[in-house]
Design a binder for this molecule. Structure first.
Ligand SMILES: [Zn+2]
Length: 431
């Protein structure tokens, strides 16, 4: 059974780069593992949070839904009798109007009209093991025959690919989450830890992926992976299983070792980067660097994910490891240079920051997001972190107007857009 999401509140976050289209532009992956480690005043938190099965999950809410609301539930607004999860915002009004928003125990965002609510109280505590079991059961029921669930410290992978590919994904995602922690520590983001597992859906075949993804995003046949803000899931397919195209396509199930070798080839790097990109979105939203329900600056969300696309672990070791230095994203650099050479950049930065969706020139918007983010990350890291922190602390569901977006940006980086553009172009020229 498949749960179709009603609407994608913020569809813009779904990566719409075309894997197949851009694959040929893949450049040789550079082994930047010899890049110097930037000395950091802060010590990196090496100790991991305890996520054993007996760790208690506390502080959750239980929302009971009125029978009348269950009876008349419209299509797309399915409510269960009881919804348990983390409160996001209580916007109910004294007159019985408004809404209550909760992230349910499966990671879904639920916005419930006050009129449908019978009561809200504290949910009984559970253990992490019980929560994992409940999620696992639900995923197996939802995806059905042929699917298994793999559990790691932070993730649940529901998959019908080979075990080897699921294992490869598990290591990639865990490396990424470790790298994200290092990034957060280095930049002074004191992010909340999350015990609830993050879910990743791994299809064996691209055709199954496309069928599932078509319910959630347009252009599903053009992408290798995506993150859905509403379901909180990263969805992807086995990049190593199909060889050839069309009638010549053959499938094989690889072991972990074979998968690792296959996906360490330079020409696989673009698709792997797409997975890393989406995994970065997921971990950044789940750790509260950005808000799933609040305003965020899209260019920073994309800029950060594009930054993480360039790991500095050794590719020969399957190496999507991270230290605190991010090599240049060569693909985005090439696009940005090309864009900057043919169009005036006079208003480009301002236009980018005003947007909450990339509407017009997607390629240019992504490349400019990367260039600006990379530049500020290198040259003004403190202000960039403060700017991001300020936005992350805005209340859920607040409207973030283009004017406010500009004002927030100017507060940290000044209002001399010409100078900023000039400095960015100079910086990019030297890369
Ligand atoms: Zn993205």
């Amino acid at each position: 059974m498949k749960r179709a999401t009603s609407t994608l509140g913020t569809a813009a976050i779904i990566l719409t780069l075309s894997a197949t289209l851009l694959c040929s532009a893949q450049e040789q992956e550079k082994d930047a593992s010899d890049a110097p480690e930037t000395p950091s005043a802060r010590s990196v938190k090496s100790a991991r949070v305890d996520r054993s099965d007996d760790v208690p999950i506390v502080g959750r809410k239980r929302v009971a839904i009125k029978q009348s609301a269950l009876d008349e539930s419209e299509e797309g607004v399915r409510l269960e009798r009881e919804i348990i999860g983390r409160e996001i915002a209580d916007y109910r009004t004294p007159s019985g109007g408004g809404k209550y928003a909760i992230e349910d125990e499966y990671g879904f965002l639920r916005t419930i009209p006050a009129a449908a609510i019978k009561s809200i109280d504290d949910a009984p505590d559970a253990t992490l093991g019980e929560l994992r079991e409940a999620c696992k059961k639900r995923l197996l029921a939802e995806f059905g025959e042929g699917f298994s669930v793999k559990t790691t410290d932070r993730y649940l992978f529901v998959y019908n690919s080979s075990d080897g590919y699921a294992e490869w994904c598990a290591r990639l995602f865990d490396n990424l989450a470790d790298g994200f922690q290092r990034y957060a520590d280095k930049n002074g983001f004191d992010l909340k830890e999350r015990l609830e597992p993050m879910t990743v859906v791994v299809f064996a075949a691209k055709s199954e992926f496309v069928r599932y993804a078509s319910n959630e995003t347009p252009g599903a046949d053009q992408i290798a992976a995506y993150y859905n803000l509403e379901t909180n899931r990263v969805v992807l397919y086995d990049l190593s299983e199909t060889e050839g195209t069309g009638a010549a396509a053959t499938r094989r199930r690889r072991t972990f070792q074979e998968t690792k070798e296959y996906l360490s080839r330079p020409n696989a790097a673009f698709n792997v980067a797409t997975i890393v990109h989406e995994a970065t979105h997921q971990v950044a939203y789940n750790r509260g660097l950005f808000q799933r329900t609040g305003p965020f600056a899209l260019w920073t969300a994309e800029g950060l994910s594009l930054l993480f696309e360039t790991p500095n672990g050794k590719a020969s070791q399957g190496g999507w490891g991270y230290r605190s230095v991010f090599p240049v994203n060569e693909r985005q650099l090439a696009i940005f240079r090309e864009v900057a050479s043919r169009t005036s950049q006079k208003d480009a930065l301002r236009d980018l920051i005003r947007q909450d969706k990339f509407m017009v020139d997607l390629r240019a918007s992504y490349a400019t997001s990367w260039a600006l983010f990379h530049y500020l990350y290198k040259k003004r890291p403190k202000e960039l972190a403060e700017y991001m922190r300020e936005i992350a602390n805005k209340p859920p569901f607040t409207v973030y107007s283009p004017e406010d977006r500009i004002a927030d940006f100017e507060k940290y980086f000044g209002n001399d857009w010409e100078k900023l553009t000039e400095n960015l172009l100079k910086f990019v020229k030297r890369l």
